[in-house]
Design a protein around this ligand. Sequence first.
Ligand code: F6R
Length: 609
Amino acid sequence: MCGIIGYIGEKPAGKILLNGLRKLEYRGYDSAGMLLLNKDKFTRIRSVGDIDKLEKKINGQWPKGKMGIAHTRWATHGGVTEKNAHPHFGRAKEVAIIHNGIIENYRELKEKYLKNHKFSSQTDTEVLAHLIEKYHQKHPLKKAVESALKKVHGTFGLAVISKKEPDKIIAGRSGSPLAIGVGDNQYFLASDATPLLTHTRKIIYLDDGEIAIIKKNNSYIYKIGNNNQINKKAQNIDWNTEEAQKGGFPHFMIKEIYDQREVFMDAIRGRLRPKEGSAQMGGFNLKDKEAQKIDRIILLACGTAYYSCLVGKYLFERLAQIPTEAEIGSEYRYRNPVIDNKTLVFSVSQSGETLDTLVSQREAKRKGAYVRGIVNVVGSTIAREADGGTYIHAGPELSVASSKAFTNMLAILTLYALYFGRLHKMSFETGNKIIKELEKIPGKINLILKQNEKIKKIAYKYSKYQNMLYLGRGINYPIALEGSHKLKELSYIHSEAYPAGEMKHGVNALLDKDFPVAAIATKNNLYEKMISNLEEIKARKSPFFVIATKGDKNIQRMTSDIIYVPKTIEILEPILNVIPLQLFAYHCAVKLKRNVDRPRNLAKSVTVE
Ligand code: F6R
C-alpha cells in the first residue's frame, strides 16, 4: 500500500499536496515525495521518512506550480531510499509518475522494451515511467499510458503528468484504488477520499480497468484502450477524515480484516513459479544448493506472529520433511538453543521491531545460523539485521490486534515450505496443486466475509459468557490459539485454546452450560476425530459454534451455530479458518463496547521486554 495524490487547479499545489499526503500517511510512511509542474519546468522534492521530513526538506521554499502529484511510500520493490521514492521520471524527464501497486513483469519490460535505458532507482515504477515516456514520443499522453499499461502484469493506481501536455493528469486503475475529487476550477486525485474531503465532498471512484483525463474544469473517464467516454456521476461523501481512512468501516480492525481480500494477493504475487511447481522469494539470498543443506528450521516470533509460526511448523514438516520448531522470542533468548550452520532461522514479525524476536534473532546469528526475516514493515530493525528475507506486503496495519499481517505471514510461510518441499521430495504435481489453490484463496476469503452478518449474530449470542474454549486439531490447532488470542485482546473475555484430543486429559472438567466452545471442524483427515470431540461437548451441554466446510450437512445435527468456509486443501485451511474467528472476536468486542482498535494495556509494537 502507498498513498497517492494529484492536484490541478488555480491554487499553488505544494501545500495542498503536502496536506493531502499527511492524511494518506496511514497507507505508508517510509518515504515521500512531490512534483510540481510550472510552465515547462518540473520541481521534484523527495525524502526518506514521514511527511514531516518532506516538509523539513521543503523548508518553506514551496515549489511553484498549480498542478502536481505526490506520493507516500510503503516500499515493495527496492529499499527505503530517496532514489526509490516517487515521483519517478521517464528517461528524458518529460514524464513523471506516481504509482501504488506492483508491476510484476518489470524486469521483462526492461529487457524487452528498454534495453539501453539507465535507471536511477530499483523500483518497478521507474520502468513504467520510462515505458510511458517512450510511447509518448509518438502518441498523446493518454494513448502512451494505455500502450504501456497493455504490457503490464500487476496492479496499479497511478497518476502521470507530462511537460508536453501540461493541462492534464492521466490516472489509471487496476487493483489499487483511485478517487477523483470534483471542485470548482480545481480537480483532485487520490488513493482514497481521505485527503479530498477538506476540498470537496463530490467524489468519483474509478473502477478497475478505467483511465481518466483530469483537467482543472472536468474529468473524462474511459475504459483503458477505448475512446468512448463513460458517464460517471460524482457521489456525495459525508464521511469525516477518520471515517474515510477507514474506508467507511467503523474501525481499522474490521477494515483490515476486509483488506485481506486484496493484500493476500500482494504477498504471493510474483513469487509463484507455476512452471516449476514452486515459489521463489527474491530476498532469500540463499542458492538452491545451500538451501538443500538446511536440516533444521527455527521460526522465531511473539504473539499472533508466533501462532503463524506454529502453522509454519506443520507446513515445513508436511511439505519438506525438515524438522521445524516454532519458538517464542521471550523464551528463546534466555535458552541455550542448539544451532549450527545448517540451521535456518526465520524471524517473523509484523512491526519488525519486537524486541524479544530481535534479540533472539541476534543470538541465532551469533551462533552461526542463516537468519532471514519475514516482516511487514519495510526497513524495520529485524528486516535490516537479518541477512535477507521476505516482506509480507500486508500494508500498514493500524489496529493494535493483528489480522491481515497474520494471513500474509501464513502466505509467505506456505511459499517457503513449497520452495523447500520442491528442493526435496515434493512432486511437481503437488507443488502445482498448491499454487492453484493459493490463487483461489482471495475469492474464498471474500465468500467468508460475505457471512459477516451471520458471524455477528453468533458473536452477539456468545459475547454474554465470561469464558470461551477454542478447539482445533492438526494444522488448525494454532488457529484455535490465534482465535482465542484475538478474543482475549479485543473483547477481554477469558479464553483458552486446546488441541481437541487433549480434552479428556483435563479440560473436559470445565465444560458445562456456561462454558461455550468454538470448534474448527473442517473436512480434513482429522474431521471424524473432531466430530467425536463435538459429541462429548454436546453431551456436557456446553453451547458451541463450529467452523465447518461448505456443504457439510452432517454438522447440522449437532448445532445450528455453523460458519461455513469454502473447501480448500488442508495446508491452506488455516488461512480461511482464521477469518471467521477474527470477525467473531471483533463483533464480541463491539457488542461489549471495547476500544476495538486500541485494546487496554496493549501496544502495536512491543519494543521493550
Ligand atoms: C496480536 C498482536 C501481537 C503481535 C506481537 C508480535 O494481535 O498483534 O500479539 O502479534 O506483539 O508483534 P510483531 O508481529 O510486530 O512482531
